[in-house]
Design a protein around this ligand. Structure first.
Ligand code: CP3
Length: 352
């Protein structure tokens, strides 16, 4: 048998279990997407983005495309965090070149939890198809948005500064709390279904966590994330959870200590070594190369890959970006990144 024997624990899962692995396993946020010509072809075939997400054969194909081309250690389910509001009955469309638009939401009682399982069924089929198609050494990452980030889009109806949502925290906390509660419950249902269908681990994308002051961060980011982690841990004790409290700064330390996640993704602004000094040594850290550096390419890209990998040597680390790949990135730069990482000589580190 080859080195990647089917019975070996995949490298990404070893890191999530708290082990330091060299070179670190790698996957990239938005690794399936518009920078790949083969994605644009399938996207054109599907017509619109939501149809692509809800067509299991096509969604499975685009999930696997970057693995075929670059051989990352992880495949992330191709879907979107806004599937949850749509599954709860809120209208959703992606206006070409403008981003998401959601229908008005005035009452949390309008959100229908009972419809969620049927509505997400095609995405769950995608999970099963991808898991069946991938080699065992490739980890399938399921995901959902963090409840606060999802509520931002639901309340404001579109991307931006999310002032409606942030004002609601002070003017009508009962309403915001009820919306976040519904999203939390829907997320537990949705991630449970993803895991049962074959997701090997899951990630919570709380992209707008950094908009909140500390007290609201505790209420709307930490508390619901912890509920999701506890529910999943009870049901699936061995399934690891990655949290991404983007742009949370020092509050990421509280997030790591209080949510119960097994791993935390670092945004582009985080100093990996500084954060590592403030979280448990067995908590896996993921990240955090600047997506603009991948777009730029060249020697600076290779130096950036080496700097981050070396800074994390000796502790559990999954190599990734600090945010998603930009659509105008050359695929050859992604190949360079993965190649450079895998060619890195292990540092002779006295402390490990
Ligand atoms: O490869 C992957 O990372 C997996 C798939 C994935 C998508 N969105 C596909 C997508 C994941 C994990 C997401 C998460 C997501 N979606 C987040 C959290 C991460 C982050 O980026 O902060 C957020 C905030 C969203 C909401 C969203 N989806 C927006 C604001 C947009 C429009 C902006 C854009 O980039 O076009 C999307 C659309 C979207 N989601 C695309 C993709 C590939 C582009 C759709 C297209 O093909 O036109």
């Amino acid at each position: 048998m080859s080195m990647s024997d089917d019975r070996e624990t995949p490298r990404l899962l070893r890191v999530l279990a708290g082990e330091a692995v060299w070179p670190p396993p790698v996957w990239l946020m938005r690794q399936a997407g518009r920078y790949l010509p083969e994605y644009r072809e399938i996207r054109a075939q599907a017509g619109d983005f939501l149809t692509l997400c809800r067509t299991p054969d096509l969604a499975a194909e685009v999930t696997i495309q970057p693995i075929r081309r670059f051989g990352m250690d992880g495949a992330i389910l191709f879907s979107d965090i806004l599937i949850v509001p749509w599954a709860l009955g809120q209208s959703l469309r992606f206006a070409e070149g403008e981003g998401p638009r959601l229908g008005e939401l005035n009452d949390a009682a309008d959100l229908r939890l009972d419809e969620v399982p049927d509505r997400v069924a095609p995405i769950i089929q995608t999970v099963a198809k991808v898991r069946a198609a991938l080699e065992r050494k490739t980890t399938l990452i399921g995901f959902a948005g963090g409840p606060f980030t999802v509520a931002c889009y639901m309340v404001d109806g579109r991307g931006g500064e999310f002032l409606k949502t942030r004002n609601l925290a002070y003017t009508n906390p009962v309403l915001l709390g009820a919306i976040v509660e519904k999203v939390t419950q829907a997320t537990i249902i949705y991630l449970t279904m993803q895991i049962e269908a074959g997701a090997d681990c899951v990630m919570l994308f709380d992209s707008w966590a950094g908009l909140l002051p500390p007290d609201l961060f505790a209420t709307y980011v930490i508390a619901p994330s912890r509920r999701i982690v506890e529910a999943l841990n009870t049901r699936f004790p061995h399934v690891k959870i990655i949290g991404f409290p983007r742009l949370a700064g020092l509050l990421a330390v509280n997030y790591a200590a209080q949510t119960g996640v097994d791993a935390m993704a670092m945004d582009t602004t985080t100093d990996p070594a500084l954060l590592a000094a403030h979280v448990p040594s067995n908590l896996a850290l993921q990240g955090n190369l600047d997506p603009l550096l991948v777009r730029a390419g060249g020697p600076a890209l290779l130096a950036g890959v080496s700097r981050i990998a070396r800074a994390m040597h000796g502790r559990p680390h999954i190599f990734n970006l600090g945010h998603g790949i930009l659509p105008d990135t050359s695929p050859s730069h992604v190949a360079d990144l993965v190649g450079a990482l895998r060619a890195l000589a292990e540092p002779a580190d006295m402390s490990t």
